[in-house]
Design a protein around this ligand. Structure first.
Ligand code: NAI
Ligand code: ENO
Length: 350
């Protein structure tokens, strides 16, 4: 039996406490601390780890805000001279530089679990937050032993490990995470002129593009400062896309071109099980907003042997029906539509 490393987590917020709960549940010996005593107590009380004792940890996981992470990593490398130190901050290159300058870079591994929530703090922690999500590891100049130890964390939390160079990581996350946060907040901010009754018209589309607009600004301010160059490059791209529509003589043609480019790229975002979303077809059904109908719809799909890969529900308050979209393999779509229509369902689109 292989023994798991004695692990100490610094920073008991959403990510630190989620890692602590997940590793403790797998039988790891975990201790956890936070600069804020109340957060520290809360994290310990929800099973994210115990209080540190005199033993030097084998592994220190730094899960503090990105802005202080370079200093906390340096301190950890000094305080525990034999431990492997890993951080989980959303930007990697500036922290790797500081670790390399300390002369202890062989014990430092940069990492980034690509999962989170728009709420922060230990209260929002979940032990399975990272399950089946990518966990980026940037080995840099770390020893093979240090990298293997960090891999064992990601493996214990059932993540998909992706090894990347820190600069390439920072360029990629500017496009898949940091600029989307700015864009979502900009769309939400543009609701400013509307009165409440106007905002009540919002459909699922607005909700989809603004979910992360509820994020806490402090972390994103740090991320923007640390990844400024790549973030600005991506924002320039987004602004240029919007400007092309705004300035077009034929705004319809410009909108078509933008939506066509967007459709091409959105189809490349991996869906469930790591497969591309385009591998599925949508069958949208009108479902009465009464108990039992959704269950009946799913059992009717199961009765013809069609596996529902994913499900989304669009529902407006005050409306007696909702639109339920069943995502299925393309070869099952027409068979499902036929069976559902025979069963009396109204299929709104496929
Ligand atoms: N929130 C998210 O969705 C994700 C965040 N991350 C990264 O994870 C890290 C932590 O983020 P969250 O857990 O969301 O933040 P959080 O705000 O929930 O937790 C951070 C915790 O660090 C503590 N802290 C601050 N300075 C400290 C210090 N010097 N020593 C010890 N504790 C200190 C704070 O009191 C707080 O409890 C960040 O670097 C972030 O970039 C990575 C993936 C997703
Ligand atoms: O809420 C979401 O969908 C996120 O994508 C959260 C998130 C925030 C910051 C990260 O560095 C990684 C993931």
């Amino acid at each position: 039996m292989t023994t798991t490393p004695l692990t100490h987590i610094v920073g008991a917020g959403l990510i630190g406490a989620s890692i602590g709960i997940g590793l403790s549940a797998e039988g790891w010996r975990v201790t956890i601390s936070d600069a804020d005593p109340e957060t520290e107590l809360l994290a310990r009380s929800i099973g994210a780890g115990g209080a540190p004792d005199r033993n030097e940890p084998d592994l220190v996981i730094v899960a503090t805000p990105p802005g202080v992470t370079p200093d906390v990593v340096s301190n950890a490398l000094n305080t525990w001279p034999n431990a492997v130190v890993v951080d989980v901050a959303s930007v990697k290159a500036p922290i790797a530089e500081v670790a390399a300058r300390s002369g202890q870079g062989h014990r430092y591994v940069g990492s980034h679990p690509m999962a989170g929530r728009e709420i922060s703090g230990a209260m929002a922690a979940q032990g399975d937050l990272f399950r089946a999500r990518p966990w980026v590891i940037c080995p840099g100049i770390a020893s093979a032993k240090a990298v293997a130890m960090v891999r064992s964390v990601a493996d214990a939390l059932l993540c998909d490990v992706v090894e990347m160079d820190a600069e390439a990581h920072d360029r990629a996350v500017a496009r898949v995470s940091h600029a989307p946060q700015a864009a979502a907040s900009a769309v939400a901010a543009a609701l400013g002129p509307l009165v409440e009754n106007d905002i009540a018209l919002a459909g699922q589309g607005l909700r989809d593009v603004t979910r992360i607009a509820a994020s806490h600004p402090a972390m994103w301010a740090d991320i923007a400062r640390l990844n400024k160059r790549s973030l600005v490059e991506t924002l320039d791209h987004i602004v240029a896309e919007l400007d092309a529509v705004r300035k077009a003589d034929d705004i319809g043609a410009a909108m078509t071109a933008l939506i066509d480019r967007g459709r091409r790229e959105v189809a490349r975002i991996p869906g469930k099980h790591g497969g591309a979303k385009r591998e599925w077809e949508a069958v949208t059904v009108i479902v009465p907003d009464r108990p039992g109908h959704l269950v009946r719809l799913l059992s009717d799909a199961a009765a013809v042997g069609v596996n529902v890969e994913d499900l989304s529900i669009e529902h407006s308050p005050r409306q007696p029906v909702g639109l339920t979209t069943l995502w299925v393999l393309p070869q099952s779509a027409s068979e499902l539509v036929e069976a559902l229509e025979k069963g009396g369902w109204v299929v709104a689109g496929s």
